[in-house]
Design a protein around this ligand. Structure first.
Ligand SMILES: Nc1ncnc2c1ncn2[C@@H]1O[C@H](COP(=O)(O)OP(=O)(O)O)[C@@H](O)[C@H]1O
Ligand SMILES: [Mg+2]
Length: 251
């Protein structure tokens, strides 16, 4: 079914974001449909990170409205975003090198046990971690392995996998393959497709046209804080997207 036959799950309308005199975003409309992978592309400084940080609750828009499942919402914090079902995959930096896989899987959201709720439920953490990794086909060394011994791709898989147990409906990723080699990137792209299979929508920022055309259903182009393109993948070409990114005046 054409995703656009349905209501968007997330809809940004007329979003502007100013940092003092810098217009990072200017009157941007942006939709995400259920089970859709949207690639967000644009040159450095185009406003991509600002846009996803607004969705993630890190920044507040200067102007504009956000609708989630057709209801107007305000996302004042990452916690608000998570409550709506918007999960952000933070890059490796957000993992703790000196802790193992389950500890990183549940970082900051550890399940507790006992009457007072003061003991971390390690057994549940391990079980949930094993189940999610298996479910997503993520292969990692022993769970007790410290994150510092994982490869870049394994860390990224962990960073992506750990958003799954929270029932996120919209998953945000900023450059998930930027630091990875070809094979590791392939695995991350497969994971993105899996998230879609499992019912999630994904917003993914990427500079890599091959990756974009590999996974995206729709490609949104920002230039100088404005939306200059919004194309279904099967109705555009890498060449056209690159032209939109750099602008006609550059060619
Ligand atoms: N916290 C901030 N304070 C001031 N300016 C910012 C801030 N964040 C981003 N900007 C500016 O907003 C513009 C868009 O940045 P950004 O969203 O990071 O672009 P992209 O992710 O596409 O490279 C840039 O000119 C950048 O310098
Ligand atoms: Mg950025």
């Amino acid at each position: 079914m054409d995703p656009e036959a349905r209501q968007p799950i997330l809809s940004l309308r007329g979003i502007s974001k100013y940092f003092g005199g810098v217009h990072a975003l200017e009157n941007v409309d942006f939709e995400v449909y259920p089970q859709e992978i949207v690639a967000l592309v644009g040159d450095n400084g185009a406003g991509k990170s600002t846009l996803i940080k607004i969705v993630a609750g890190v920044y507040q828009p200067t102007k504009g409205e956000i609708y989630f499942m057709d209801r107007p919402v305000e996302i004042h914090s990452p916690h608000d975003a998570q409550n709506l079902g918007i999960e952000t995959v933070y890059q490796e930096l957000a993992l703790i090198e000196t802790r193992d896989v389950p500890a990183n899987f549940f970082l900051g959201r550890e399940p507790v046990r006992g009457r007072l709720g003061i003991f971390v439920d390690r057994k549940k953490m391990v079980e949930d971690t094993v189940r999610t990794l298996k479910d997503l086909g993520i292969v990692l060394p022993h769970l007790r392995t410290l994150v510092r011994y994982l490869s870049g791709g394994q860390r990224q898989a962990l960073a992506i996998g750990r958003v799954m147990p929270w029932g996120g409906k919209v998953i945000i990723m900023d450059e998930p393959t930027a630091a990875l080699g070809v094979r590791e990137s392939r695995k991350v792209l497969d994971l993105i497709l899996q998230l879609k299979e499992k019912g999630c929508s994904v917003i993914v920022v990427s500079h890599n046209m091959r990756h974009v055309f590999n996974v995206a259903d729709r490609i949104v182009v920002l230039r100088g804080g404005k939306k200059v393109g919004d194309k279904k993948k099967n109705e555009t070409t890498p060449d056209e997207i690159v032209k939109l990114i750099v602008g006609a005046e550059m060619l």
